[in-house]
Write a protein that binds this ligand. Structure first.
Ligand SMILES: Cc1cc2nc3c(=O)[nH]c(=O)nc-3n(C[C@H](O)[C@H](O)[C@H](O)COP(=O)(O)OP(=O)(O)OC[C@H]3O[C@@H](n4cnc5c(N)ncnc54)[C@H](O)[C@@H]3O)c2cc1C
Length: 193
């Protein structure tokens, strides 16, 4: 099989990577850097306090609260998440889980798992792998952890293309105050459902 190199980046000024701590978000940031994007053109947003995405299992996430937003969308938030920003939301990972794919199929091409890793690693090994990848590739400084994206607005007709996307984020500041902030981007890359 021939792997055809992906095309060069189209011109852009600033991109938001939403869900930056998961495997997909980390790969998106690494690819952007690899294709020549400057670090100050990339802002990753990650609700949790660490990389690893779904592989971060929180055994003490508490009850899950269900609310409906005005637009009819469903919001699920665990007690841990509500009272301690950065902790896990509802999570499909469970204690004792191992991968159902061989680890050789679950690597970034340039970063194999550590020598000696079993064929079907634990969820914890995958979380560590992703965290190490983020650290070794220098991605952590481009990600705003403990920052939840609340809304995204698209204004495709704006004349200022650097403001085509408005991202509304929520985080707790150093004084413990809940802050809502607006940020503008020319492009977004969304890795959450
Ligand atoms: C039980 C289970 C077993 C699995 N087993 C395998 C397997 O063996 N092999 C395999 O290849 N895949 C497996 N998967 C699939 C797994 O989903 C992928 O491997 C991969 O980790 C998905 O990465 P992702 O980045 O797309 O999503 P996630 O890992 O879900 O990352 C999304 C990130 O977005 C963040 N986020 C969500 N909402 C917001 C918001 N509003 N604002 C800011 N940040 C936000 C989350 O905190 C999270 O860090 C399994 C999944 C499950 C649930």
């Amino acid at each position: 099989m021939t792997i055809i190199p992906s095309t060069a980046l189209p011109p852009f000024s600033r991109v938001a990577i939403i869900g930056a701590g998961g495997a997909s978000g980390l790969a998106a940031i690494a690819q952007l850097l690899d294709k020549g994007a400057k670090p100050d053109q990339i802002v990753g947003y990650e609700a949790r306090d660490t990389a690893g995405g779904v592989w971060n299992y929180d055994e003490d996430a508490g009850q899950c609260n269900v609310t409906w937003a005005e637009d009819g969308s469903l919001a699920l938030r665990t007690e841990a998440e509500i009272y301690d920003a950065g902790r896990n939301g509802p999570n499909a990972i469970y204690d004792g889980l191992r991968t159902n794919l061989p680890q050789e199929c679950m690597t970034f091409r340039d970063t194999p798992h550590q020598k000696g890793t079993e064929t079907f690693p634990t969820y914890h090994q995958i979380a560590s792998y992703l965290q190490n990848y983020a650290k070794d590739k220098g991605l952590l400084s481009l990600i705003r952890f403990k920052t939840l994206v609340r809304q995204v607005h698209h204004t495709p007709d704006t004349t200022d293309t650097s403001k085509r996307w408005t991202v509304v984020v929520e985080y707790v500041d150093v004084k413990g105050k809940l802050v809502n902030d607006l940020q503008y981007f020319s492009h977004i890359s969304k890795w959450i459902s």
